[in-house]
Design a protein around this ligand. Structure first.
Ligand code: FEO
Length: 393
């Protein structure tokens, strides 16, 4: 059985085959639902459970870890990938109590139909003794639901952070082995669910700063034996002023007009020293787009006109950007139409949550002509100037 410290076991499950989370988020390398068993000299606690589809494997791991009894089931987060096996755990360990904060308790009652008397409520900063090991509960809201919290195991200096600092990654290694790979997965994960809440996350990071953490054990992906790796990355990702000299160029094209405009525009940016990634939305992994959204200074959406408005794929992208609220400083729209279009009003109307300067759009009637290419050059000039003004190049 995998151990993080003396009598601290990882008993969760690798979900190698899952390819979509929330029916929305691509999982190119699966995910894991990490669950931790801590055997104190007097009491035993289970920290989070697993997705209900994987309860059988959790049970196997608990048996192998010799978990004859469990006194406390610590629930950091009510989302079902961590809480879904709690009802089965309560059947298996009928004397166990679910330990969580009042907000999470209410959500668990709603989602899992648990009973009030099955809970012990804990306050922010409260401690719970397992004998020779002590748990301290630290509220860290909005990573990414309002009820989320962490547990600090003081004696072993391990922070159990649930989704916070996690990465969707099924892997056999308990600890991070390839830091670059894990950071990329963690950035994708942060972008997909944490990014809109970055101001609250900054507060959470400050709250954790006094802890002398040896290991961060999230509930997705490998454990961090060098916590600075992910703590420093989160500081960068959540800092409003830390953007890169980069443009996310996300587009869809039907009859090559928007395609040609996009290709010309991407070349124009490159010639001016502006970094850019071109994403054809019909084939792009949306997670790759989100990774770039975390710190790109500028986002440009390209769309043809279909049924009078923007292409539905471009509308989907705009809805996603609007929901994720990246810290991008500038927004642009380029595209094409045949005889008329409401796509500019539609797209800008959908991007209201993004606090960014919106550039004058560039539209072609039919195929782009010299005037349109000149306008694309001017837009590239403007973006380069804006990035220079931000000190990015
Ligand atoms: Fe991993 Fe928000 O659940």
């Amino acid at each position: 059985m995998r151990m993080l410290a003396e009598r601290v076991f990882e008993v969760g499950v690798q979900d190698w085959d899952r390819r979509l989370f929330d029916e929305l988020i691509p999982l190119p390398v699966g995910t894991s639902y990490n669950s931790y068993l801590i055997k104190g000299s007097e009491k035993t606690a289970l920290l989070d459970t697993v997705d209900p589809a994987k309860t059988g494997l959790l049970v196997d791991h608990l048996v192998r870890a010799g978990a004859d009894s469990i006194d406390y089931i610590i629930s950091h987060h009510a989302e079902q990938d961590h809480s879904g096996s709690i009802p089965d755990m309560l059947l298996m360990y009928p004397d166990a109590k679910v330990v969580t904060n009042p907000k999470c308790k209410a959500m668990l009652i709603d989602h899992l139909q648990l009973e009030e008397e099955q809970f012990i409520e804990v306050a922010d900063g409260e401690t719970m003794s397992l004998g020779d090991k002590t748990l301290q509960f630290i509220y860290t809201p909005w990573v990414h639901w309002p009820e989320t919290m962490c547990t600090w195991l003081a004696e072993d200096r391990i922070l159990f952070s649930c989704d916070f600092f996690g990465s969707h990654q099924a892997c056999s290694n308990l600890y991070v082995e390839d830091e670059t790979l894990t950071l990329q997965g963690a950035k994708r994960y942060y972008g997909e669910i944490m990014m809109p809440f970055r101001s609250t996350i900054r507060n959470n990071l400050q709250k954790l700063a006094p802890l002398a953490i040896d290991k961060i054990a999230p509930s997705h992906g490998p454990v961090y034996p060098r916590p600075a790796l992910i703590l420093d990355a989160y500081k960068e990702w959540t800092a409003e002023d830390k953007v890169n000299n980069h443009v996310v160029m996300a587009y869809v094209s039907m009859h090559d007009s928007t395609q040609k405009m996009t290709e010309y525009f991407v070349d124009a940016l490159m010639e001016r020293g502006v970094g850019v990634t071109q994403f054809n939305l019909t084939v792009a992994d949306i997670g790759e787009v989100v990774i770039e959204l975390v710190d790109a200074a500028t986002v440009v959406i390209g769309s043809p006109t279909v049924l009078v408005g923007a292409h539905p794929t471009a509308l989907y992208c705009a809805a996603l950007v609007n929901a994720l609220r990246p810290k991008t400083k500038h927004l642009g729209i380029i595209g094409s139409f045949g005889w008329g279009s409401k796509m500019i009003d539609q797209l800008t109307g959908m991007l209201g949550n993004v606090k960014a300067e919106v550039f004058e759009p560039v539209l072609a009637k039919g195929m782009a002509n010299e005037k349109v290419y000149t306008e694309l050059d001017e837009l590239a000039d403007l973006i380069a100037a804006k990035h220079k003004a931000l000190g990015l190049m």
